[in-house]
Design a protein around this ligand. Structure first.
Ligand SMILES: [Zn+2]
Length: 397
């Protein structure tokens, strides 16, 4: 198994280099990659030599994230692994006495778990009990049903709940946010479903169950680089990712808030230059990067309305031309903002609806099996090997 291989790799490294030290640390608030490098006497050109997309990716390192540091007995850094997303990490290592930097895939296991239960208290408490305290999962479940079911009024003791979800594990520890694939609440003889389709929740008829919709942040949009979580670049022989969409626009073009929300960050952030981050509720955040200017009065805590001008297009944090990098995050995980802009009508139709219906039929069978046979095998394990590159839809980059 991959996870074990990685563990063995570190164990081996430890033995080989005698008395090396492996530490797991948390990334400090306000720390940038350049700052980190110079602090540890690693040449900062490792950062400056990165290209535009990689610099953006380096700006995705989040405060509080766990990273791994392997130092020799003499206190010199041998390896550093810093996650930039759930898929990729920055790997700094020594080769022929020189420091190198590259983006490596994060090896993880994705485990699908499914269970059903008879409710005793509330869906939240019952899920915590069933999963040994998985708060992220319980929160996600409540959020998914928020629009369709009022649990406090509807649920009676003995009503049924069934849930299929996946969780990633790295080095034996869960990481990232669990993904609910399908869920069922059977209350007072009625069934309420939630199905996940491209990171959004729908009822069984394909109607969207979320309130959150985005507007484009620019009046005229020209996409210069699309969204991709992880991709192997066949010519550069490197892993790449672009956790947002780049819109080409002239310097000074007004940038508008994509949705109602509150400012949670406004200032400089590594390769993103001048950045504004808005929180929209329900776990959603949007990010606007490389701004030439942040509009006066836009500061942390300020309420913002959809369509309000918050800043102006520029090229801060970068050496190439002016553009807007626009990112969307759900519970800290980058998702494709265009998905949310495009399907803003709130329901599925055509080809997407047909695909969705097939998915619904499959999950309904699985959920039914869960509620009818409590002794049915609950756990399915999927080991995902990230080395085997699976194409993900790219933009024009
Ligand atoms: Zn970008």
């Amino acid at each position: 198994m991959r996870v074990q291989k990685i563990a063995w790799f570190f164990l081996l490294m430890t033995i080989l280099s005698q008395a090396s030290i492996i530490e797991q640390k948390r990334w400090p608030k306000g720390e940038t990659l350049v700052g980190f490098l110079s602090k540890h006497h690693i040449p900062t050109k490792l950062y400056y030599n990165l290209d535009r997309e990689e610099k953006e990716l380096a700006a995705e390192i989040r405060a509080g994230r766990k990273y791994i540091l392997l130092t020799s007995a003499k206190g010199r850094i041998e390896h550093v692994l810093i996650p930039v997303s759930e898929e990729l990490q920055i790997h700094i290592y020594k080769e022929d006495g020189k420091y190198k930097l590259r983006f490596d895939p994060i090896y993880y296991q994705k485990i699908q778990d499914a269970f059903s239960l008879s409710m005793q208290h509330s869906p939240y408490i019952d899920i915590l009990r069933e999963t040994g305290g998985n708060k992220k999962l319980a929160n996600e479940f409540i959020a998914a049903f928020k629009k369709s079911v009022r649990f406090s009024r509807l649920i009676r003791k003995g009503d049924k709940l069934a849930l299929i979800y996946t969780q990633k594990f790295r080095l034996g520890e869960p990481f990232g946010v669990p993904t609910i694939k399908a869920a069922l609440v059977e209350a007072r003889g009625r069934k309420y479903y939630v199905f996940n389709y491209h990171d959004r929740y729908y009822d069984e008829r394909g109607n969207e169950l979320e309130h959150f919709f985005l507007k484009r942040p620019l009046r005229h949009v020209r996409i210069t680089s699309g969204f991709t979580r992880r991709r192997w670049h066949p010519i550069l022989h490197r892993y790449r990712a672009h956790l947002g969409v780049d819109f080409g626009a002239r310097r000074g073009t007004p940038v508008m808030a994509a949705g109602d929300g509150r400012v949670v960050f406004a200032g400089r952030k590594g390769g993103y230059g001048n950045v504004i981050i808005l929180y929209h509720g329900q776990g959603y955040k949007t990010l606007y990067a490389h701004l030439s200017k942040i509009r006066r009065g836009i500061r942390v805590g300020r309420r913002i309305h959809q369509g309000q001008v918050i800043g102006y297009v520029g090229s801060t944090g970068l050496s190439t031309g002016p553009h807007l990098h626009f990112g969307l995050y759900k519970n800290g995980r980058a998702i494709n903002p265009l998905q949310v802009v495009k399907i803003a009508k709130g329901y599925l139709s055509g080809k997407k609806l047909r695909e969705f219906r097939r998915l619904v039929a499959k999950y309904k069978r699985e959920l039914k099996a869960l509620t009818h046979n409590p002794r049915a095998p609950k756990r399915v394990e999927i080991v995902k090997r990230l080395v085997e590159y699976k194409g993900e839809k790219d933009g024009k980059s």
